[in-house]
Design a protein around this ligand. Structure first.
Ligand code: MN
Length: 709
């Protein structure tokens, strides 16, 4: 069993004594935190984080990663919180541990194959510091090594997840040693039978091969020596999972895949790589078309080597990889080479290679910003412009960063967006404008008859949401404008003792033609939106001579609407209430037509009314309908004596009177008094009077009045 002293010994090879001491301190802290907890296999829990730390120490990761690895389950499984870890071991370590815990909370269970790539991206995006991923990979690796105590179905699930999510991430980051082990363990646990059959066959064949392998190795080494190249040539065995994959993907038999002899030749310099290539091509004939130069053009994950296939003795194919030692290190631990060789001399080939590669990786992801800056902080954000969130069914949606619950709703379906009323993020009710974060589960609550709010346009960021909202509002507005326009026109026509149904059809068509309109509805809509004056249209429709057989009079020249237009408050987007004076039913009101926006209703006493005084043609005579239902916002100012809890008392009085408080703001405050403005929603003036009476009866209230800005 691994002991802390073994870990410290491994660390001493590349870290300062005080850094190793810090790791020891973390061990004591972790052992105490996990005290009494045991793993399924029965051993003390701390054994697991210790092993995880050792995996990372073998990659020569910096001591902070090692400390975080030892503490990686502390937030998740013990009462300790992030702040306590920050206090003990600093902010950086706490961030790492917190990052690992967050990844652990994401559930990857049995998702569709097609989603795997999204999951990988989500994991990478969630980890601001790539070391979080390295710790998570080591955690998974140790869990895979110790899975035998688990029930078979759980083993299969975790194995599948490992093959679909974690091994590809390790591959993506170039951490080959971890990737290969994860793959073989995943394979063994997902398909135990196939694994056993394959490894049995491999054992059988291995004996027969030994001789040929030795023969080839001697031949290669001898030839290299002749040419004075310092190199080590090693026969290597293919991993079971890669053999299995090749068999499945290329429909080959075991012997077809396995009958390949693989060698790796490691040299000191890049020049030597090409020299060795020449030497082996001289020794055995190369298979045409199989040579690959991954030195000149590295793989996306940073891997570099020369690959070639030769015809060996007895016609057996020989796969040869040729690389420098630095390339080999990077091939083994990939991105981790950045930390492993950071402390040492920067001229180290592996370090600069890792650095170079990180830069490429970043460029590949088209990351914004300065890549040097990135290298300084060693923070990585591979997908800076996206967030990944779950639907309640576990599907992943990719949205641009800054997307809100409304964007999410429209991404699910336009109908969902149009009918959404609220959202649950991670099962908690949240405002629709909330910006989403990686890994959250978002549920949209819809209601029949609900419709988009124009205010959403202020915060949605996806084109789909924006255009769907606009489209909906435009249609809605159009429908409402038709209804209002017809009312406005008929009101004027009524003053001329006629109505739209009685208008001569020919005259009507001529008018539509003149105005370039395709239908009567379009005419109504233009009137309703205020783009055309009802009086002018009426004059066109009813010629002066017709006015019931009498001489043209000023009355018919400038038709006057008969009676005021009644307002219900439910006219929709084409009748709006001015925010400056907030009229409520019972107030004397005036309407003002704005081209393209319909009618805005003001309080007669509103200051802004004076401004429009010289445009009487824009005014519409309006009045409230008898029984207006619904609520209207209004502002009241309450002056109170400063006393603890006074705000709550006033708020309670308002609520008791049956009104909602929509907004509260403190206007002024001095030693004795505070002036507060409440925006409340009321039914009408009578309702408002009731509320004000009630508030006034509160002891600390000095003064109360309705305000109009
Ligand atoms: Mn763990």
């Amino acid at each position: 069993m691994l002991r802390i002293s073994d870990l410290c010994e491994a660390l001493e090879a590349y870290q300062e004594p005080e850094q190793v001491a810090e790791v020891y301190r973390a061990y004591l802290f972790g052992a105490e935190a996990h005290e009494g907890q045991r793993r399924r296999s029965g051993e003390p829990y701390i054994h697991h984080p210790l092993e995880v730390a050792k995996i990372l120490a073998d990659m020569r990761l910096d001591y902070k990663s090692i400390v975080a690895a030892i503490l990686h389950d502390v937030i998740e499984d013990t009462p300790f919180v992030k702040d306590q870890i920050a206090q003990e071991f600093g902010e950086e370590v706490a961030e790492l541990v917190d990052g690992v815990s967050k990844l652990t909370q994401v559930q990857f269970e049995s998702r569709a194959e097609a989603q795997a790539e999204n999951f990988r991206k989500m994991m990478l995006a969630m980890a601001k510091d790539i070391r979080v991923i390295l710790i998570k990979l080591a955690d998974r690796l140790h869990n895979m090594r110790t899975m035998s105590a688990m029930p078979p179905d759980k083993r299969r699930r975790i194995a599948r997840e490992t093959l679909e999510i974690f091994a590809p991430i390790a591959n993506r980051l170039g951490i080959n040693s971890v990737r290969l082990e994860l793959e073989d363990l995943g394979f063994a646990n997902l398909y135990p039978l196939r694994y056993r059959v394959l490894s049995e066959s491999m054992k059988k064949v291995r004996g027969n091969r030994k001789e040929i392998v030795g023969q080839i190795q001697t031949a290669i080494s001898g030839r290299l020596q002749q040419h004075d190249v310092e190199a080590s040539a090693l026969g290597r065995e293919k991993h079971l999972y890669s053999i299995y994959k090749k068999m499945v993907e290329k429909h080959l038999s075991f012997s077809e895949v396995f009958d390949v002899y693989a060698f790796r030749i490691t040299v000191a310099s890049v020049d030597d790589c090409y020299r060795v290539l020449g030497v082996v091509h001289n020794l055995y004939k190369p298979v045409p078309g199989k040579f690959k130069d991954y030195i000149a053009i590295p793989k996306a994950n940073g891997y570099q080597s020369l690959h070639t296939i030769l015809f060996g003795p007895y016609g057996v194919p020989i796969e040869v990889q040729i690389r420098t030692e630095d390339m080999h290190k990077v091939a083994e631990i990939g991105i981790a080479a950045h930390w492993a060789y950071k402390a040492g001399d920067s001229s180290s080939g592996a370090a600069s290679q890792a650095r170079e590669w990180l830069r490429n990786l970043l460029e590949m992801q088209q990351s914004a910003g300065n890549s040097l800056e990135f290298l300084e902080s060693v923070k990585i954000d591979l997908f800076p412009d996206e967030v990944y969130v779950f639907t309640p069914k576990g599907n992943i949606l990719t949205l641009p960063r800054g997307a809100t619950a409304v964007d999410f709703a429209y991404a699910v379906h336009t109908d969902v967006g149009n009918a959404c009323v609220s959202a649950k993020i991670d099962r908690r009710i949240t405002p629709l404008r909330t910006q989403l974060l990686n890994g959250q589960t978002v549920e949209i609550i819809t209601a029949p008859g609900a419709r988009p709010n124009p205010l959403w346009l202020d915060f949605v960021i996806t084109a789909k949401a924006r255009s769907a909202i606009r489209h909906f509002l435009k249609n809605l507005r159009h429908d409402e404008a038709i209804v209002l326009g017809k009312r406005l026109l008929n009101r004027v026509l009524a003053g001329m003792s006629t109505n739209i149904e009685q208008i001569d059809q020919k005259r009507l068509l001529a008018l539509l033609d003149e105005f370039h309109l395709d239908s009567l509805d379009s005419l109504f809509a233009e009137i309703g939106l205020g783009s055309r004056m009802a009086t002018l249209v009426a004059r066109h429709l009813v010629p002066a001579t017709e006015g019931a057989g009498v001489e043209p009079s000023p009355q018919t020249l400038t038709p006057q609407p008969q009676g005021p237009l009644t307002i219900k408050g439910t006219e929709g987007l084409v009748v709006t209430f001015a925010r400056c004076c907030k009229p409520i039913p019972g107030d004397p009101i005036l309407g003002f037509i704005t081209a393209g926006r319909g009618i805005v209703i003001h309080n007669e006493s509103c200051k802004n009314v004076a401004e429009f005084r010289d445009k009487p043609e824009k005014w519409v005579d309006v009045q409230w309908e008898k029984d207006v239902t619904g609520v209207f916002p209004v502002d009241i100012r309450v002056d109170v004596a400063n006393r603890p809890g006074v705000l709550a008392t006033v708020a309670a009085a308002i609520a008791e009177a049956g009104a909602n408080i929509e907004n509260v703001s403190i206007l002024e405050r001095d030693g004795q008094f505070t002036a507060i403005t409440f925006t409340i929603s009321v039914h009408n003036r009578k309702h408002l009077a009731n509320i004000m009476r009630r508030v006034k009866s509160v002891e600390s209230v000095v003064k109360i009045n309705r305000t109009r800005s």
